[in-house]
Design a protein. Sequence first.
Length: 403
Amino acid sequence: MSSTQMTGRIQSTLRHFLDNEASGGIVLMAIAVLAIIVANSPADDAYFHILDVYVGPLSLQHWINDALMSVFFLLVGLEIKREMLDGQLSTWSRRILPGAAAAGGMLVPALIYVVFNRGHEAALQGWAIPTATDIAFALGVISLFGRRVPTSLKIFLAALAIIDDLGAVIVIALFYTAKLNVLALAGAAIVIGNLIIFNRMGVKALWPYLALGIALWILVFASGIHATLAGVMLALTIPLKRTPGTPEASHHESPLHRLEHRLHKPVAFAIVPIFGFANAGVSFAGTSLSILAEPLTLGVAVGLVLGKLIGVLGTVAVLVKLDLTDLPAQASWGQMVGTALLCGIGFTMSLFIGLLAFEDPALQDKVKIGILAGSVLAGVAGSILLGLFGRRSARSVATPASE
């Protein structure tokens, strides 16, 4: 093989990887491991110090968590709007199963966390931490099984995670908002009103929305509501043109599709990995295994693993038992158990909520260890089950054909 052919094949493989939506989860896994390694290496002092360096009015950590992550929330908002109006969640029949499963998958983990931390008033502030599913991580894991997992199950997981993100956004707005600055909030409302006017007037250029979006971020930041929610508010005003054709065909017609398409790779391969690297690093120096038995750590970990499993699987089982819906096409109950476990991979949004819930670095470290332990356990257990039942499913499909 010539060097030109080799270079072409490498470029083709890289392009395919970057175009794969689940690849961001694989990158995020590697970044999380790297952050933990750096935080426990001789470079640990530099790692933690640089995040506290101020760049203008904010520290580097705040620029990452408040500004960069606003772009992540903008993409989340665009995905929610698209799926609700012109995608997999555009009808109530399509919303019932993932919607109910997402609700169960948020309620049960929160209850488990509260049970573990009852009597600890400060720790109870983190009740929402295990309620979130990391869509990039979960899809990254399930994508590794290829055709052994039916497409319908991947769609179910993606839809559930999107609705889960919507729930997390609502929780952040309602329960993790500081004292409100009414004047700044009024200014934000005026900006949103202008964005809606642009939408109603049929303005298709993106720059007017993005220019006002910057003003919206500044006002929301000053209002006391977490600044990242400005991204969601902006997303909901971006025009979406419904088309009977493929989503690809509408990229050039709909401002929402164009913006979503442009944001996907920067968010998946830059913004979320930067957030993960800045926040996943936890130093194990001076800690012992006893930290795993702390109520806060246990509440997060058990909430993610058992809470998501019971909440998601239990809701699906009840709906199927009552004949209100069916399992995703060609999916077995074993695969559904594995997928429910994957919902316990709560990284990006769980870390984000944990940072909002606690300012004490010691409590934040317990949260991070709980998230990492729960996510790893849920991911490994879910992968084992999907691999096991995926092979059985493949053999059961292949046997009749050979006969």
